[in-house]
Design a protein around this ligand. Structure first.
Ligand SMILES: [Zn+2]
Ligand SMILES: [Zn+2]
Length: 352
């Protein structure tokens, strides 16, 4: 099988050939039908996150071992099962939940494997699949997608569950108060669609790119704002009668964090998802005086993934523009993503 791997951080992915693995124990082998290309793959191939102030968080220091095959948004067809793998059979089409923990710690036991301290996430800390085949350690990470098309379902594994997990943190006021979404790339359009599917009241979208603001409007945003204008937060506060209850920041830069926090009404919540990088200095008295919350949100749990797939089966797939490309175009796709040229999502189709 062919696997596109990070061999040296900052260099293009290299295509390496490996023998197709055989599942043992509870393992399940899938032929990869679809592999979404996610913005975080840029950070993973660079090998670091920008912490601001010239500081970096190295992924190798955090446990990423090279070479590693990237790709964490996968749908595949089961082609072989280990002797102890129950509940799946050859021919089943499944979405692979990539946010895998150690399975034994207290955090994993309470069902939040995505917050495990010893994560083995596919395509980050263990091999994912910009590749022909994908091995999962246990059938419990395989979600039945029913009749959903593979290329449109694959992005639910990361951009879908990431936005769903963030939207759930907004709480019951999701259906009664508008939510600001910062960033209208693939993740942003997914967020708008899932917000609507969850019965969200209205979405206000912020992006610096007019093309992306236009795409957000088409996807159902009620209002859009240019995050590049110096008074963007003041515009949002004026348009929402004093500020918003919740902001979901899918960019996560110094500028968007400032904008997000300044857009909140008293009691509001700023939820940061994006890993663009940077830092901010915040005055402390406004925290208690405005009673605001800052909360991080990282991907989602297996149960949230199952809830999301169930929601999508009932309400329809998010209308995020999807383009498919052959597996060989992974490096060109990463370059396009870095240049901001992709509206929606590119999904690679190794089996197609
Ligand atoms: Zn991702
Ligand atoms: Zn764990």
């Amino acid at each position: 099988m062919r696997s596109f791997q990070v061999c040296i951080c900052g260099q293009p992915l290299q295509c390496n050939e490996y023998p197709t693995p055989k599942p043992a124990g509870t393992e399940v082998l899938l032929k990869v039908l679809a592999a979404g290309v996610c913005h975080s793959d840029l950070h993973l191939s660079d090998g670091y996150f920008d912490l601001g102030g010239g500081k970096r968080m190295s992924l190798e220091d955090r446990g990423m071992k090279l070479p590693v095959t990237l790709g964490h948004e996968n749908v595949g067809e089961v082609v072989a099962v280990g002797p102890d793998a129950q509940g799946v059979k050859v021919g089943d089409r499944r979405l692979a939940h990539p946010w895998i923990g150690c399975g034994v710690c207290a955090v994993c036991q309470r069902g939040e494997e995505n917050l495990c301290r010893a994560m083995k996430s596919l395509g980050v800390f263990s091999n994912g699949r910009y590749s022909d085949y994908l091995m999962l350690p246990h059938p419990r990470y395989l979600i039945d997608i029913g009749d959903l098309p593979a290329d449109r379902a694959a992005p639910l594994a990361c951009s879908g569950v990431t936005t769903y997990g963030a939207l759930k943190k907004v709480g019951p006021m999701l259906t009664t108060e508008p939510v600001v979404v910062i960033g209208a790339g693939g993740l942003g359009l997914m967020c708008i669609a899932i917000h609507k599917a969850m019965g969200g009241k209205s979405a206000i979208v912020v992006d610096i790119d007019p093309k992306k603001r236009e795409a957000a409007k088409k996807a159902g945003a009620d209002m859009v704002f240019d995050g590049g204008t110096p008074d963007a937060a003041a515009q949002i506060v004026a348009a929402t009668n004093g500020g918003v209850w919740a902001v979901i920041d899918l960019v996560g830069s110094s500028a968007t964090a400032r904008l997000g926090i300044d857009s909140l009404i008293k009691g509001g919540k700023y939820i940061i998802v994006g890993l663009y990088g940077g830092d901010i200095t915040i005055s402390l008295p406004p925290f208690p005086m405005r009673a605001i919350t800052l909360q991080g949100s990282y991907v989602g749990s297996v149960s949230e993934m199952a809830e999301l797939i169930d929601l999508v089966k009932r309400t329809g797939l998010p209308p995020v523009p999807i383009k498919t490309r052959p597996l060989e175009e992974v490096n060109a796709t990463l370059n396009d993503l870095r240049a901001g040229k992709i509206v929606g999502r590119v999904v690679l189709t190794p089996a197609g």
